[in-house]
Design a protein around this ligand. Sequence first.
Ligand SMILES: Nc1ncnc2c1ncn2[C@@H]1O[C@H](COP(=O)(O)OP(=O)(O)OP(=O)(O)O)[C@@H](O)[C@H]1O
Ligand SMILES: [Mg+2]
Length: 461
Amino acid sequence: MAQLLVVDDDRSIRRTLEKFLSEQGYRVTTAVDAVDARKKVELETPDVILLDINLPGKDGLSLLKELKSEGGLPPTIIISAHGDMRTTIQAIQYGAYDYLNKPLDIEKLKITVRRAVESAELSKNLRHFVAEAATDYQIDNIIGKSAAIREVFKAIGAVSTTKATVLISGESGTGKELVARAIHFNSPERDQPFVAVNCSAFSSGLLESELFGHVKGAYTGAVSDKDGRFRVVGSGTLLLDEIGETSLELQVKLLRVLQERTFERVGDNRPVPLQARLVAATNRDLPGMIRKGTFREDLYYRLKVVEIRLPALRERREDIPLLVEHLLAKINLNLHKRVKYVPDETMRILVGYDWPGNVRELENALTRAVVLSKGEILEASALPIFPGEGAPPSPGDREPELTRLKDVERRHILKMLARTHWNKKRTCELLAITRPTLDKKIRDYGLRPDMQVSTPAGTNG
Ligand SMILES: Nc1ncnc2c1ncn2[C@@H]1O[C@H](COP(=O)(O)OP(=O)(O)OP(=O)(O)O)[C@@H](O)[C@H]1O
Ligand SMILES: [Mg+2]
């Protein structure tokens, strides 16, 4: 019978867990704080620990770290009321088995405990040690408390201590670059460079020389030797952003780099070892591209040793108020403004809107509203998505059902183009998309300046 240790200073939680887990067939002991827990770990060598973070005296994370450094850490499930990015990543890095948030979901608890017990049994023979934990590092916080974003925090914690290649996918503006940075700055190589290359910003040939470097005379214009980003990044992290935009020719070359962990400068055939961790990001549907023959399947599998999928903002609306608070503080600081109050009406519109450009679009919308707001109140009417401005519908002002997403997107892009008098730069800002993306959409939808913005029946948009 597996032995569990429940550590929580809250007596009613201890009791509830003890009762519930005993009914599940485990032997359960409890501890009220870190000192008590240490004693019981020594006396009873539990197979699995359930550990609260907020304990009087020494907190749960410190205890976790201590047990880990002494090599006596059984699978430990962290239970906490605040699953913010830093604590979650730290807990996983310190060797926590999993992270559960209060209030506890009983089904999830059951499954997690069962898995932890299985894992304890497995590792009785095979002890594995996770690399030493990272210490605090100041990075731009990834904000959110939804279940979906918490899974992302866990994934960052798990991959950051490895050198595995990571593929980050998600719609534009969901925070792919932010996650790539978080992986880097939580890794043991955080003092090494973080280098991002936007693959869509270069022609195929230029991108090759940008990544691989070249020797003098490799081609016309190569007047001297040049180090590529594979070299410059050293043993840091290289983000290949918008990997879906690379040519098939370059994809072959990238595949070789990943297979052989070496690269060659253009015009030179001496292989140089690749020290860096590669992270790739894309907002494209790579499996779909593979079917169409525009992305190599073998490269795809090499890239997604670990895949982190970022949820769209509309799939985690409960995070919007938190993000608004965070982004407003950031914008106020940058613009020397003091827009601090968000009326319910404004928040209702912000939470109800679908945010096709995700967090980036939210940030842009708030920036514009802050600029336009005179006092300390964020006026709904200053938002580019304010229904009264003829922008997207608010929740009570629905599109007719069964409208295809494509139609909505086409109409919205055309509307924004019309509003900016076809100023593409401005339109990109409003839509929070890149210029190549906008150009592609204009082509795909066959948009022209002489087109009328049609409105669907039933809305005044
Ligand atoms: N969860 C989040 N918390 C706080 N800020 C966020 C979050 N997600 C995104 N952001 C902010 O939104 C903006 C867009 O994020 P980022 O550039 O990482 O997105 P992306 O997915 O790389 O977008 P694109 O596909 O357009 O390149 C950045 O200013 C970033 O700081
Ligand atoms: Mg990006």
